[in-house]
Design a protein around this ligand. Structure first.
Ligand code: G3P
Ligand code: CA
Length: 247
C-alpha cells in the first residue's frame, strides 16, 4: 500500500527526476517528476570546460552517455552531441540539460528545486554562477535549496549569500570519520540530509534540537520510508516517489 504524507510540511523529493523509469537528470526525468504531486525536484550540477552549468551526477559522462570524458574537460557544444540515456539501457534520445533550461522548465511548476552542487572544489566560482542564474531567471528564492557534501562550500556560500536556503549532505563515510556538529551546521544551513542508513532517533533529535530539517537520501522502498517517517524525518529523497507515496 502506498504511503501518505504524515503531515502537510512533509516533503517528497524526486531524486534526479523520476529516475528509475527515465534517464536520470534529463528533461524526460525532470518533466515526469514535475508533472507528479511531488514537493521538490533534486538535481545534480557540474560545470563544463567553457563554464556552462549542466545537470549530471558523475564527474564524467562515461556511465550515462554514449561518450567518454570528464565534464570539466568538455565544452557544452561537445556534450550536446551525446545521448544521455545509456543508464539502465534506456532507448530514448536524451540530451544533457543546462541549468538555464532547468530553471525555465521549473518556473512553470510550483515545486522547490533541491540543487546539489557536485565537487565544488573543481569549479571555483560555481556558487556565484548558480546565484547569478537564479537572479537572471527571477527564480523565487523560497523555492530553492542549495546543498552539497562539501560543508565548507555551503558555509562560505551562505556567508556570502545569506538569504538563500542551504543543506549539508552527510555520507556514511564522512559520518563515521567525523560526526556532524549540528550546532555548527545550523549557523548557516536549514537542512542536514544524510544517507538514510545514518538515521536513528538520536540523529533526529539532535538535528531537530538545532532547528535543522532532515531529508534522507535515497529511499527506494516503502518499508524504509515508513520507518523513517515514524522516526520523524521531514521528507525523503527517492527515485520512485510515485511508487512509494500516494501523491
Ligand atoms: O540529494 C542527495 C543525494 O542525491 C546524494 O547522493 O550520490 O545520489 O548525489 P547522490
Ligand atoms: Ca544528488
Amino acid at each position: 500500500m502506498k504511503l501518505v504524507r504524515p503531515n502537510k510540511a512533509f516533503k517528497v523529493i524526486a531524486h534526479r527526476g523520476l529516475s528509475k523509469h527515465n534517464p536520470e537528470n534529463t528533461q524526460l526525468a525532470y518533466q515526469a517528476a514535475l508533472s507528479q504531486h511531488i514537493d521538490m525536484l533534486e538535481i545534480d550540477l557540474h560545470m563544463t570546460k567553457d563554464g556552462a552549468l549542466v545537470a549530471i551526477h558523475d564527474d564524467t559522462i562515461d556511465r550515462i552517455s554514449n561518450g567518454k570524458g570528464a565534464i570539466k574537460g568538455l565544452t557544452l557544444e561537445a556534450l550536446r552531441a551525446f545521448n544521455f540515456s545509456r543508464q539502465a539501457n534506456f532507448t530514448v534520445d536524451a540530451s544533457i540539460m543546462t541549468f538555464d533550461e532547468i530553471l525555465t522548465l521549473c518556473k512553470k511548476f510550483s515545486k522547490t528545486l533541491l540543487i546539489e552542487v557536485k565537487k565544488p572544489k573543481n569549479y571555483p566560482n560555481i556558487g556565484a554562477q548558480i546565484i547569478q542564474k537564479l537572479k537572471h531567471h527571477a527564480f523565487p528564492t523560497n523555492r530553492v535549496i542549495i546543498q552539497s557534501f562539501d560543508q565548507s562550500f555551503i558555509q562560505k556560500l551562505a556567508e556570502t549569500v545569506p538569504y538563500m536556503h542551504y543543506g549539508v549532505l552527510i555520507s556514511k563515510r564522512k559520518y563515521w570519520l567525523k560526526q556532524p556538529t549540528f550546532s555548527e551546521i545550523a549557523k548557516y544551513a536549514d537542512y542536514v540530509n544524510p544517507n538514510y542508513q545514518l538515521i536513528n532517533k538520536k540523529f533526529i533529535s539532535r538535528a531537530h534540537a538545532e532547528g535543522l530539517k532532515i531529508m534522507p537520501y535515497t529511499v527506494n522502498d516503502s518499508q524504509t520510508a515508513k520507518k523513517l517517517i515514524q522516526m520523524g524525518v521531514d521528507g525523503v529523497i527517492t527515485d520512485i516517489p510515485e511508487e512509494i507515496f500516494k501523491l
